[in-house]
Design a protein around this ligand. Sequence first.
Ligand code: MN
Length: 288
Amino acid sequence: MSAGGAGRRAKDTGRRRILVTNDDGIYSEGIKLLAAALSEIADVVVVAPDREQSATSHSLTLHRPLRIRKLEESWWAVDGTPTDCVNLAVLHLCKDDKPVLIASGINFGSNLGDDVTYSGTVSATFEGTLLGIPSLAFSQQVGEHFSFEGGAAFARRMVEEVFAAEEVPADLLLNVNFPSGRFTGVEFTRLGRRVYQQTVVEKLDPRGRKYYWIAGTPEWKEESGTDFAAIDAGRVSITPLHLDLTDYRGLEGFGPLHQRLARLATAGAGPEAAVGGGGGRDVGDEAP
Ligand code: MN
């Protein structure tokens, strides 16, 4: 592979360096198995949160200091989020010998469809591609015959295939989900849609004060070609993602709204108009 700096090799071992992180925490089973599997083919550095950071999304810690603790050779625990870990690893711990690939996971539980926006596992890979490093997110569905073993073995073979590729884009970002039980195939998929079922449960604490819990059972729209459908059929789901959240159909489709909003500027709205009064009344009159 040539692009993305992935042709570089780690100095010590002559093998390519992979950063492994996750959001379940550095003591979780999934990261241990992923790191062990990838160590067979690469120089693995583990930098991961010191506790569970699931559903922390793409959060970055900017308002308190971060601490790094070395647990053993090439294993570092950080008291921050997965995104913090990727930054500390790439820009500090490994700055002289940067990883050519980032692997996040294996998460306990799938990361499918709309839920990827909550996912710390997937957000670590968003951060990886922002830093110009091809990144793979791995998640394991929880269900009958649950095991991380199959996913870890698959991840190792998948990384070998990525390393063998002629060209790997620096912004390669693949969200991989493993079904529980035996894998019946591999499918490239698009993100499925969640049927919004969330509820807020209100309870009383022992002192009589109210507290709240966000609850609900996630359900999914049944559509073929989605990550959810692939997992449901026992197949490994691979969804290519990118960080461009632009709604390109919306750029066209919201035309009438665009025209109305464009009048706001031509009518003289904006800071000067707001201070000086005058123009823009024709639009502002409709405001409550
Ligand atoms: Mn998690």
